[in-house]
Write a protein of this length. Structure first.
Length: 288
C-alpha cells in the first residue's frame, strides 16, 4: 500500500531566497536548512517500503523527521525543533495517493529507549515491593488476631492465606508478573510489535538500535509481512545491512552527491560487512 506518494524538499535556490531577509548573525544554526540540499536531495518517490541510507550526518534522520512533521505524525518522545524547523517544513510539498490512515506514527530511537527505561522503572518498583511482601509474609505467619470488626476479618483472611501458601507463591500472588525477563533488545522488539498495526503509515528512525542481529531479522520479517499483506507503508532511515535487505525496498543513498537510488548490495556499509566475513570465510568453513 502507498499512502504517501511523493515528497519534495526545498533545494538550495529556495533556501537562498528564504534567507535573503534573515540576519544571519542572529543565529548559530539554520538546521534543517542546508542539510539535504548539500547532496541535492530534493524529490522522493515512495514505495510500500522506502529506505533512507547514509552515514552519520548524511541527513537520513532529518529527512524522516521533516516528513513526520509535515504529516503531523504522532510520536511518543518529545521532539525538539530548531528555530527554523517549522519554516523548512512549510516549504516542503507532498502528494498522497490515498487518504492518510488514522494510524500514522513516527518511531524514533528515543521512543524505544524511553519504553525500555519505563520497563526498568517498573521492574525496580516491583523489586522494592517484593521485599516488602517478603517481610509481610513472615509477619503474617507469626501474627495472632481476634476478629472484632470487618477490618479484622480481612486481615484474618490474609493471615490464613499466608499460612496456607509458601513464601514464593504468596509473593507471586501479591505482585504482578515482573517483565524483567526481557532483555533490552527483546523489550525494544516488543515495542515495535505493539505499535505496528495494519492499514497504517510508519516512519522508523534507525529501528535497529538496541536490536541484536537476530532481532533485526525478526523486525525485517515483521515489516515485510505488514507491507505486503496488511496494507502498511514504511519509510525507514537505517544503515543496518539486515533492514537494507528488505524485499522490494527502494533505497535512497544519501552518501551520494547527488543522492541516488541504489541496490542494497552496492552500499558501502553492506560491502564492509561482506568483505570482513569474506576475509574469514575459511574460519567459518572449519566449523561446519
Amino acid at each position: 500500500m502507498i499512502y504517501l506518494d511523493s515528497f519534495i524538499f526545498p533545494d538550495s535556490e529556495m533556501e537562498f531566497e528564504f534567507f535573503i531577509d534573515i540576519k544571519r548573525t542572529c543565529y548559530n544554526s539554520f538546521y534543517p536548512f542546508q542539510v539535504l540540499s548539500r547532496n541535492s536531495f530534493k524529490n522522493v518517490e515512495f514505495e510500500p517500503i522506502t529506505i533512507f541510507y547514509g552515514g552519520n550526518g548524511s541527513g537520513k534522520s532529518t529527512a524522516l523527521n521533516v516528513i513526520a512533521e509535515k504529516l503531523e505524525m504522532k510520536r511518543d518522545s518529545i521532539f525538539n525543533k530548531s528555530n527554523f524547523f517549522t519554516d523548512y517544513v512549510d516549504m516542503c510539498t507532498m502528494n498522497l495517493s490515498y487518504t492518510v490512515p488514522n494510524v500514522k506514527r513516527v518511531i524514533t530511537s528515543d521512543d524505544v529507549f524511553d519504553y525500555i527505561l519505563n520497563i526498568r522503572s517498573l521492574n525496580e518498583g516491583i523489586d522494592q515491593r517484593r521485599e516488602e511482601v517478603f517481610k509481610e509474609y513472615l509477619d503474617l505467619k507469626q501474627m495472632k488476631l481476634q476478629v472484632k470488626s470487618l477490618a479484622d476479618y480481612d486481615e484474618l483472611k490474609k493471615i490464613n492465606k499466608a499460612r496456607r501458601k509458601t513464601q514464593s507463591s504468596f509473593v507471586r500472588d501479591e505482585l504482578m508478573d515482573n517483565v524483567k525477563g526481557f532483555s533490552n533488545g527483546e523489550s525494544a522488539f516488543l515495542y515495535f510489535t505493539e505499535k505496528i498495526k495494519e492499514n497504517s503509515l510508519f516512519l522508523l528512525d534507525e529501528p535497529e538500535n538496541s536490536l541484536s542481529p537476530k532481532l533485526q531479522i525478526e523486525l525485517m520479517k515483521l515489516i515485510e509481512d505488514y507491507a505486503h499483506f496488511f496494507n502498511c507503508q514504511f519509510v525507514i532511515s537505517t544503515h543496518s545491512p539486515f533492514l537494507l535487505a528488505l524485499k522490494g525496498a527502494k533505497i535512497y543513498n544519501l552518501d551520494e552527491n547527488p543522492v541516488q537510488i541504489s541496490n542494497w548490495t552496492k552500499l558501502e556499509n553492506v560491502r564492509v560487512y561482506y568483505q570482513f566475513f569474506k576475509q574469514y570465510e575459511e574460519s567459518f568453513d572449519d566449523h561446519r
